[in-house]
Structure formats: structure tokens, C-alpha cells
Design a protein around this ligand. Structure first.
Ligand code: ADP
Length: 312
């Protein structure tokens, strides 16, 4: 109930606020009935599209299960004490916050900043987790769907750094059409994703599809191993994160890698340049301009697992 939630989150005060997104604010709370720590996303109903996002999130997460998906425990719709309509989504709490915080600690406030950086192996494991959930969503779940807004702030980390993909407010169930899954025309209206991560065809009226998710994954992968945001001002004009890396490969993989990876306790003689080059190549093959030239998620998964097996 609203009363329980209000008590649980101490009246949704700023002290237990853990983040805010496009459609609402997220609080850490203790559900008194179950003595369980949860994350409560209180929707800002004044925001255009908030209701649609709430429905899409409930619809998308209600009948799919995967170890790398964030668990939606319940949704709540009620009237608060002032008579305002109130909606909240209640998720399993992810103690290590979002991947975004780990990749850009300098932008995080002191109390939430991770105390160290991610190692090469941890980054690889997170990338494999995200690729396996995409593969599940695109091919293996009973109604294939596209996430449509994959980015580091939507990848949440458990206490052992297992990744859980969240934020299904833009996700859409796909229709099978001519051996390809595409979104149906009606349901695709308004899907744009986030600048820097959204596939180029989304900006020119192209149908959102599983290939669009692969593009976003490619950007995420390149960001994870360079520590650079795709919207970094370094890449002004026509230079994107992809073209920046493309111009450095194959020789200078070390020059573009996130500095902290190079000092992350790898054994002496570890062929780090070779390992990074292979990861960057997977990222670039996900970011091909033409949607059908991009890797399929099953191939992405296979490539990343084989990099891990070869080097660790
Ligand atoms: P956005 O709309 O920007 O994608 P959300 O509203 O879903 O983001 O979440 C905003 C932030 O709140 C996340 O980036 C994350 O730091 C935090 N957050 C969201 N869900 C959880 C959760 N289940 N556990 C811990 N932190 C969370």
C-alpha cells in the first residue's frame, strides 16, 4: 500500500534516493512485510509518456525470467494522502548500483562512488551477462522482444557484480516477418532510445529491431573498455566512439583502452593488447552502419565467451 511504501522509504526523502531517470525517481526501501530491501521507482505522472512507460515495463517483465534481468517484484497504483494518483514499480535492490557509476566514477557523488575500478575480467563477465540477456530477449523468450534503450545506466550490478538489465519502459514485443523480427509499425511509434546509443536508422525513420539493440550493445561494449562516453566532446563532428577506435586498431588497442584496465592486476606477460583488440573488434562489428551487417546476439555471445576462455 502507499502507507507501507511511505513508511518503508521514510516518506521518500532525499536521503534514501538512489537515482532518477526519465520517468521517475528511485528510492532504496525496506518492505516491512517481507523484511526485504527493494528499489522503488516512483513515477512522475506529470512527465509525458510516464504512463505508457509504466505499462510497458509491467507488460514486458511480467512473464519473462532470466538470471541477468532485473526482477520486478510488484507494481503499485494508488492515491496518496494528498489525493494525487501515485504509481510505483518495486524491484529487487542491486547493491552495486549501475554500470554507469563504475565506468564514470568522477561523475558520482562521494557516498555512492565505487571504491575501485572494474578489472578486465569483471568487464568481460558483465559484457557476457548483458549479451546473454539480449540473446534471450531476441530469440529464446516466448515472445521475442527488443529492449530499445540499452545503455550503462540500465545495467545494474548485484553484490557479486552479476549484471541485471533494467528499464523496459521502451521495450517492444516483436513480430516475426520475413525471417526477421521487426517491431510492428503501431507499437514502434515514439521509440528512439538515447543519443549516443540509439542505432543510426532510428534517427531516420527506420524500424526499431533486434539489430538496433545490437548497435547499442556495441556502443556499450566500446564504452566499457575505453571508459569514454559515446557523447564525449572529443568525438565532435563526424568522429564517433566507433570511428575513434577503428582508427586506432589493430596497433593501438592499448592507447584507447581505459587506463585503469592496464593496472588491474593482470598476471605478468598477459597479452592485454591482443585481448582488447578482439573485444574492440566485436564492438565494431555490432556497430556496423547497415543493420543486417551487424552480428547477431548469439554470435556476440559466442565471440565474447571465446575471448574469455582464451585469456582467462
Ligand atoms: P533511467 O530512466 O535513467 O534509465 P531509472 O529510472 O531506471 O533510470 O534508474 C535511475 C537510476 O536508479 C539507475 O541508473 C540506478 O543507479 C538506480 N537504480 C534503478 N533501479 C535500481 C535497483 N533495482 N537497484 C539499485 N539501483 C537502482
Amino acid at each position: 500500500s502507499y502507507g507501507d511504501l511511505r513508511n518503508a522509504t521514510d516518506g521518500f526523502s532525499s536521503s534514501n534516493m538512489i537515482g532518477s531517470g526519465s520517468f521517475g525517481t528511485v528510492f532504496k526501501a525496506l518492505l516491512p512485510t517481507e523484511n526485504k530491501v527493494v528499489a522503488v521507482k516512483v513515477l512522475n505522472m506529470q512527465r509525458r509518456g510516464a504512463m505508457k512507460s509504466f505499462m510497458a515495463e509491467c507488460e514486458s517483465l511480467k512473464d519473462i525470467r532470466h538470471r541477468n534481468l532485473v526482477k520486478l517484484l510488484t507494481a503499485c497504483s494508488s492515491i496518496d494522502f494528498q489525493g494525487n494518483q501515485f504509481r510505483a514499480l518495486i524491484y529487487e535492490f542491486m547493491p552495486n548500483g549501475s554500470l554507469d557509476m563504475w565506468l564514470h566514477p568522477e561523475e558520482v557523488e562521494d557516498i555512492r562512488r565505487p571504491s575501485r575500478t572494474l578489472t578486465l575480467l569483471e568487464r568481460l563477465n558483465i559484457a557476457i551477462d548483458v549479451a546473454s540477456v539480449l540473446d534471450y530477449l531476441h530469440v529464446h523468450c516466448h515472445e521475442p522482444r527488443a529492449h530499445c534503450d540499452l545503455k550503462p545506466s540500465n545495467v545494474l550490478l548485484d553484490d557479486d557484480l552479476t549484471a541485471h538489465v533494467s528499464d523496459f519502459g521502451l521495450a517492444r514485443i516483436l513480430l516475426k516477418f520475413d525471417k526477421e523480427y521487426f517491431l510492428n509499425q503501431l507499437s514502434s511509434a515514439g521509440v528512439r532510445g538515447t543519443i549516443g546509443y540509439a542505432a543510426p536508422e532510428y534517427g531516420t525513420g527506420g524500424q526499431p529491431s533486434i539489430h538496433g539493440d545490437v548497435y547499442s550493445f556495441g556502443v556499450l561494449l566500446l564504452e566499457m573498455f575505453t571508459g569514454k562516453r559515446p557523447t564525449n566532446e572529443l568525438f565532435g563532428g563526424n568522429v564517433t566512439l566507433c570511428s575513434y577506435i577503428k582508427s586506432a586498431l589493430p596497433e593501438q588497442a592499448l592507447d584507447v583502452a581505459d587506463e585503469s584496465i592496464l593496472h588491474s592486476g593482470l598476471r605478468v606477460g598477459f597479452p592485454i593488447a591482443e585481448c582488447l583488440r578482439l573485444v574492440f573488434e566485436v564492438g565494431l562489428r555490432c556497430c556496423e552502419e547497415s543493420p543486417t551487417n551487424r552480428l547477431a546476439t548469439s554470435e556476440v555471445l559466442k565471440e565474447l565467451v571465446s575471448v574469455k576462455e582464451r585469456f582467462f
